[in-house]
Design a protein around this ligand. Structure first.
Ligand SMILES: [Zn+2]
Ligand SMILES: [Zn+2]
Length: 483
């Protein structure tokens, strides 16, 4: 591995790096903001020896046989780049996460000239962000949020709490601007939010006047109508600030009636249920909750179909590889490329880990490098796999039953009545008759037992009984002691 090139500072692009750094000791290249956000993350994990190098949009980097040109792309975080990778086989263009926002918050639009120039040079393959391949039209400019914030700030009777990702740096600027317009002070809540805001301000990516910002303890003592708090937790994560506020377990402060909570983000696919539960709980606590289905308090940072089409038409690649999205997004993006005139055999819809080879200008799909999700659990990385996750799901869904039996070594008979304990399986009320049946069944199985597969036979028989009686599949654990 020659290098890790990071296109921007979002969590889904930087979050795994500290977990794999020990295995992949490659140098890391990133723009100043991306680098600083990544460094903060590495420092938190005491990984200070990572080899980080700052690169800038407009610069070129030589890595092995590759010459990588960086060009600016607009996204929902400043300092994002796309890559033009010169290879011995031809020029590859990687879009990074992008949109074509003509009025971006940081005033720095996507480098269209560079894209046009690359198109003229001839591009062997384009790898492009597919996140919004199923969204028609254009993604609205981040600017539309300003008007939505105006609406919220004008009406909110008390405190305003804005939830977003800690890496959504542009949103911080927009909240600060709204706070300034409506005479509120602003406080950042939560370690990552405070740290990222500090980094972005220090490097000049966001410009928030000093007097606008107050520490959280001071903000809590101020008149509610004079403050806005920015915190994390828009995905319903129980341990985040909004998650804790919704469950009433945040130590420093709680949600009160009169508070207005704004979720300035969109649920990541799969998180919808948790997000909606958080919204409901916040409403139960008396807060007013505003989210993107109600008002445009969030816009996507990714290109929609018309922008994706424009990129294809500007870069005019010979081959097309949709990236960054689920398979359904990649497929949809491929259709768009087909419409834009790319030959069907020159489009590769592949999932992560698939090798794509270019030889004499021809593309072929190579082997799949084994890989997939690596679970991070507590301090362990990759030490639990899908089988453990399956066990946990089963335990969570159906609970477990533990059967303790003492067997007489000589006679092979039960020395006493089996003890049965359950967790998360049946209520005590229902347990009596069911567990009596279970004890009887244990007795029968033991009496009929021959050979040494008693444990698995008991598990199987009890599993059948429990399923027949309850339509549930608890995990059955047999503890045998022979004396
Ligand atoms: Zn991103
Ligand atoms: Zn991304």
């Amino acid at each position: 591995m020659r290098a890790i090139v990071v296109t921007h500072g979002h969590e889904d692009h930087t979050g795994a790096i500290h977990h794999v750094l020990d295995e992949i000791g490659a140098p890391i290249y990133a723009t100043p903001l991306t680098r600083a956000l990544l460094e903060a993350k590495l420092n938190r994990n005491a990984q200070t020896k990572a080899g980080l190098t700052t690169i800038q949009a407009g610069e070129t980097l030589d890595v092995g046989p590759f010459g990588i040109e960086f060009f600016h792309v607009c996204h929902s975080i400043p300092d994002g780049v796309g890559l033009a990778i010169n290879t011995p086989q031809g020029l590859l263009v990687h879009s990074g996460d992008f949109k074509f926002d003509r009025t971006p918050v940081d005033g720095w639009p996507t480098d269209f000239d560079k894209l046009a120039e690359l198109g003229q040079r001839g591009v062997l393959a384009l790898l492009s962000d597919s996140t919004n391949a199923d969204k028609r039209g254009w993604t609205p400019s981040e600017r539309v949020i300003d008007a939505a914030f105006d609406d919220v700030f004008r009406r909110a009777p008390g405190r305003i709490l804005i939830g977003t990702f800690a890496s959504l740096i542009s949103r911080m600027s927009q909240v600060a601007a709204a706070a300034e317009r409506y005479g509120r002070s602003m406080a950042f809540v939560g370690t990552s939010m405070i740290e990222n805001a500090r980094i972005a301000r220090r490097l000049g990516y966001i410009n928030i006047p000093e007097e606008l910002i107050v520490p959280i303890d001071q903000a809590l003592g101020m008149k509610p109508s004079k403050v806005v708090l920015m915190c994390t937790g828009t995905q319903g994560e129980p341990s985040s600030i909004l998650g804790r506020l919704s469950s009433g377990t945040n130590r420093q402060f709680g949600v009160e009636s009169g508070d207005t909570v704004v979720l300035s983000s969109h649920p990541i696919p799969g998180n919808e249920e948790m997000v909606h539960r958080t919204i409901n709980r916040l409403l139960q606590r008396g807060a007013d909750v505003i989210y993107d289905a109600i008002a445009p308090v969030h816009v996507s940072g990714h290109a929609s179909q018309e922008e994706q089409r424009q990129l294809l038409q500007t870069v005019k690649p010979k081959h097309f590889i949709p990236i960054h999205g689920e398979l359904r997004h990649l497929k949809q993006h491929a259709l768009l490329a087909l419409e834009s005139g790319i030959e069907p055999e020159n489009i590769a819809v592949v999932e992560n880990g698939t090798v794509i080879e270019f030889r004499q200008g021809r593309m072929s799909i190579g082997e799949r490098i084994p890989g997939g999700y690596v679970f991070v659990d507590g301090s362990g990385v990759g030490d639990i796999g899908p089988s453990i996750m399956k066990e946990r799901e089963a335990l969570a869904r159906d609970g477990f039953v533990m059967v303790h039996l003492q067997i007489d070594q000589k006679t092979g008979r039960l020395r006493s009545t089996p003890e049965i304990e359950t967790r998360g399986f049946v209520t005590l009320r229902d347990a009596d008759s069911l567990l009596a049946q279970a004890r009887t069944r244990v007795g029968e199985v033991v009496a009929a037992a021959k050979g040494d597969d008693l444990k698995s036979r008991l598990e199987r028989e009890l599993g059948k009984l429990f399923y027949a009686e309850t339509r549930r599949n608890p995990t059955v654990l047999i503890v045998l002691s022979e004396r």
